[in-house]
Design a protein around this ligand. Structure first.
Ligand SMILES: *[C@@H]1O[C@H](CO)[C@@H](O)[C@H](O)[C@H]1NC(C)=O
Length: 221
């Protein structure tokens, strides 16, 4: 009997511990559609997620010295796309987050390369309209993301800083090797910024830094 209540207590502790690892879904995702994910792990300042295969619509690479400016440029192209500027003249519901993949330059004054993407809503997943200058595709490769959340309006200076903090929080964990391998393998993007709010929401803003890595590397974890 004592042994059984010990087991139950242990179970309660384990379940409570697991629940504490799971950060709440961004509030935006209660109003508009977000891609589904499963939380695999989480600890001091990071979360490991697995995303399912899904279609995303992406801009061509945008060269700019500013993350904020490049994201605005890409956002407008994608916003026109969902407003009907596509091969089917079809309007599409807004989703979250807006992703900006960042491939930083080596030199201090060189432009970086940015690709901005919207997640295609479930309704349009089977046949998203093509559009000139945009790529509509299943996001290839990496399905796992190491994630760090931060608030406010994203400034150019936040991006590298938050990426460094995420990187630091992963050091010494079982994820560090897979994440850095994933970043090496993905030559087009060193990290990704996810923004969940429109520019007109001033409080409770949710942003995330993602580092994508491969399912293969994480399969044994
Ligand atoms: C989309 O709109 C344009 C301009 O009004 C029209 O020429 C074209 O035929 C439309 N395409 C479809 C698939 O409805």
């Amino acid at each position: 009997m004592a042994r059984r209540s010990g087991m139950v207590l242990l179970l309660v502790v384990v379940v409570a511990g697991a629940a504490a690892l799971v950060a709440a879904v961004p509030p935006t995702c209660e109003r508009i559609e977000c891609p589904a994910y499963e939380v695999v792990d989480g600890a001091n300042g990071f979360e490991i997620r697995r995303y399912s295969d899904a279609m995303w619509v992406s801009t061509a690479p945008i060269e700019d010295i500013s993350f904020v400016a490049a994201t605005r440029t890409g956002f407008l192209q994608l916003f026109n796309y969902i407003q009907g500027k596509n091969a089917y003249n079809e309007t599409i519901e807004m989703t979250a987050p807006v992703l900006t993949q960042v491939a930083p330059s080596d030199g201090p004054f060189c432009a970086s390369s940015f690709v901005v993407s919207f997640y295609v809503p479930k309704k349009n997943q089977p046949d998203p309209p093509p559009a000139e200058g945009l790529h509509v595709q299943k996001r290839a490769g990496a399905k796992y993301a190491a994630v760090r959340r931060f608030g406010g309006f994203v400034a150019d200076s936040d991006v590298g800083e938050q990426a460094a903090l995420l990187d630091a929080s992963l050091q010494g964990t079982k994820w560090a090797a897979a994440v850095s391998e994933g970043r090496r393998a993905d030559l087009t993007s060193s990290y990704t910024v996810a923004q969940y709010n429109s520019p007109f929401e001033f409080s409770g803003r949710v942003n995330e830094i993602w580092m994508l890595f491969d399912a293969k590397d994480a399969a044994d974890m």
